[in-house]
Write a protein that binds this ligand. Structure first.
Ligand code: PLP
Ligand code: COI
Length: 339
């Protein structure tokens, strides 16, 4: 194997040795299969191709200080993929199958788990797709569930250095009563153009507003938004936001640090009142935000006056990372220790 530059890995696809797959036919799931093929062959009328009947997950494993591998809160991803499955009428993935797939793909690719101290992690991408043919707009009767993995670095190349974000009003990622709360491909398709445009215009990602009134903060690109105001951690509540496992974990840590936590609608004007703001998610971890540029009004909200993340974001980031890398106790049992 070529040597891997663990410390400078981007967040991207990385070829590994194996992935795992399971097929749902005749109303039941078959046996889990291990394959080295990176390709999926399917019917040309598969519903995932035509009608977006697909959902995915993102989760990570970390090589700890003690050399052991910790998978972070995978049970929550197992629950969420089934909420996504329900939302777009796909077959659900039994928890035991999800667990078997995750553990098997990890064991088959142990050499791709980044060493402790590199800052990298092993990213899991569980994927559930409608593979059965339909031409009418109907759910498939056949599904494939697969999981592949790959070593990754942080989602934004800046890592824990603050990024610029573009607030926009001319695109939405999800409709008010749509699928924003589940992790289905269509939401991401809708975000591709505004995200690419924001990059061209010098920002790392976008800040979407609520699609109905354009008054409240919604998602921060592929991550949740949070703001710190004094001793309070504030994060938006909205039907169109994906319930982030990272965000929920940060809320617990914030409370344990003696902070108040508010999950509520966050009006755009409140951006001027936060001491610190950031994006959080499995891929994004905590990505501190230094500037939010309102594309329509030209208004600029600025944070991180000294150029680095604020003290509370830093404390939360360090605490979360310490639990994930086994440097500190894991009182909530968030990590499943594997090897
Ligand atoms: N919001 C969106 C749109 C996402 O794609 C993700 C990533 O999964 C998140 C938020 C963060 O969720 P989590 O912390 O569970 O990874
Ligand atoms: C994640 O944080 O795991 C995501 O899925 C976000 C993005 C890469 C789609």
């Amino acid at each position: 194997m070529e040597t891997i530059e663990w410390g400078s890995l981007p967040f991207g696809y990385f070829k590994t040795d194996y992935n795992v797959r399971c097929y749902y036919r005749d109303g039941k799931w078959g046996e889990l299969e291990i394959t080295s093929s990176e390709y999926v062959t399917m019917h040309m009328a598969a519903t995932c191709l035509h009608y977006g009947q697909e959902a995915f997950e993102g989760m990570k494993a970390f090589r700890g200080k003690d050399g052991k591998i910790r998978i972070f809160r995978w049970e929550e991803n197992a629950k969420r993929i089934n909420r996504s499955a329900d939302g777009i009428m796909m077959a659900k993935v039994p928890d035991e199958l999800f667990e078997q797939a995750v553990m098997t793909v990890l064991k088959m690719n142990l050499k791709f788990v980044p060493p402790y101290g590199t800052g990298a992690s092993l990213y899991f991408r569980p994927l559930l797709i409608g593979t059965g043919p339909q031409v009418g707009v109907k759910p498939a009767t056949e599904y494939m569930f697969m999981v592949f993995v790959g070593p990754v670095g942080p989602y934004f190349k800046e890592g824990f250095k603050p990024v610029c974000v573009q607030l926009l009003r001319d695109f939405d990622r999800a409709a008010p009563q749509g699928t924003g709360h589940i992790k289905v491909g269509g939401n991401y398709a809708a975000s591709l153009y505004p995200a690419a445009r924001a990059k061209e215009e010098g920002c790392s990602t976008v800040l979407f507003l609520d699609a109905k009134e354009k008054k409240y903060i919604d998602e921060a690109g592929p991550a949740n938004f949070f703001g710190i105001k004094g001793n309070t951690y504030v994060t938006p509540e909205s039907h169109t936001i994906l319930p982030s496992i990272t965000n929920k974990s940060l809320q617990v840590l914030a409370k344990e640090m003696g902070m108040n936590v508010e999950v509520r609608r966050v009006p755009v004007e409140e951006l001027a009142e936060f001491d610190e703001v950031g994006a959080c998610g499995t891929a994004a971890i905590i990505s501190p935000i230094k500037k939010i540029h309102d594309r329509e009004t030209g208004k600029m909200y600025e944070y991180c006056a000294n150029g680095s993340a604020g003290p509370i974001s830093t404390k939360l980031y360090n605490k979360l990372r310490a639990i994930q890398y086994g440097e500190e106790p894991d009182p909530h049992g968030w990590c499943t220790i594997v090897e």
